[in-house]
Write a protein that binds this ligand. Structure first.
Ligand code: URA
Length: 256
């Protein structure tokens, strides 16, 4: 199905399609790809249409082993109420890692992150900067099990589940992390600051000091569509940070 038809279909079923203004969006042509300096990008880093480089058998096996652990996990009480653990989805060598909060009802049913309405909006947001879960981004959540009624994760649930995310990050070694929503941002950055205060800056995460950018959760955007403009600013900022990273340009600082 072509993009126009799909957008018409999504709108018909009540999904607000993310269509950034013309001229703002550009899937990077090869000539725009980061310079092949010391830290060259991995294949599939920027172009949603490029076929990703195959993942080696060893790496795929390590991802598979971790997935099995998560699917069978009983570390917190949520295992008793979930349908299944929701591990993550995407290219296992992606440069970009998107991190959300926890599976919702649809994700719990299907076993894949961000497949409900918010997920469709997330896909559209990512597509606007040339990213796709099928080729160059990995998507995971802080929690791998659905909290009943979509309540906020409890601290003990986060404490039990975060080591899985850390191991996903260790396998992926992303160049850039994008935290979507307050819960993901606050837990990853160990802060109580409001999301508005965390946007527009490059934070750093974990032992690898991975650059991390924050934006609103797509579910929030479904409720507050006027803030799409802010998210578009955040996505452009993240894309700029990523380009700087691949060109060896320091990324500390904020949007200004
Ligand atoms: N919201 C999230 O944060 N993650 C999902 O996987 C789905 C909705």
């Amino acid at each position: 199905m072509d993009a126009r038809r799909r957008n018409r279909y999504l709108e018909a079923i009540g999904i607000d399609v993310w269509v950034p203004r013309p001229g703002n969006v550009r899937v990077l042509p090869a000539a725009d790809a980061p310079a092949a300096t010391g830290s060259a990008p991995r294949a599939g880093a920027q172009r949603a249409s490029a076929s990703p480089e195959p993942v080696s058998g060893d790496l795929a096996a390590r991802w598979g082993a971790l997935r099995s652990e998560v699917i069978g996990c009983t570390r917190c009480a949520l295992h008793a109420t979930r349908t299944q653990g929701v591990f993550g989805v995407g290219y296992q060598q992606a440069d970009w890692l998107v991190i959300g909060e926890a599976p919702g009802a649809e994700e719990d049913r299907k076993g894949e992150p961000f497949v409900g309405r918010a997920g469709q909006l997330l896909d559209a947001m990512l597509r606007a900067i040339g990213l796709s879960r099928t080729s160059n981004v990995y998507i995971a959540n802080v929690l791998k099990s659905r909290p009943p009624g979509n309540r906020d994760p409890k601290p003990e649930e986060v404490a039990a589940c975060l080591p899985y995310l850390l191991r996903q990050i260790e396998l992926l070694k992303p160049r850039l992390m994008l935290a979507v929503g307050r819960i993901a941002a606050q837990n990853l950055l160990s802060t109580d600051l409001a999301l508005g205060r965390l946007r527009g800056k490059v934070h750093h995460f974990g032992e690898l000091n991975t650059p991390l950018v924050v934006t609103y959760h797509p579910a929030y955007l479904l409720r507050n569509p006027a803030d799409k403009r802010k998210v578009w600013e955040d996505l452009k900022f993240a894309r700029r940070v990523f380009r700087q990273l691949t060109q060896g340009i320091p990324t500390d600082g904020d949007r200004s």
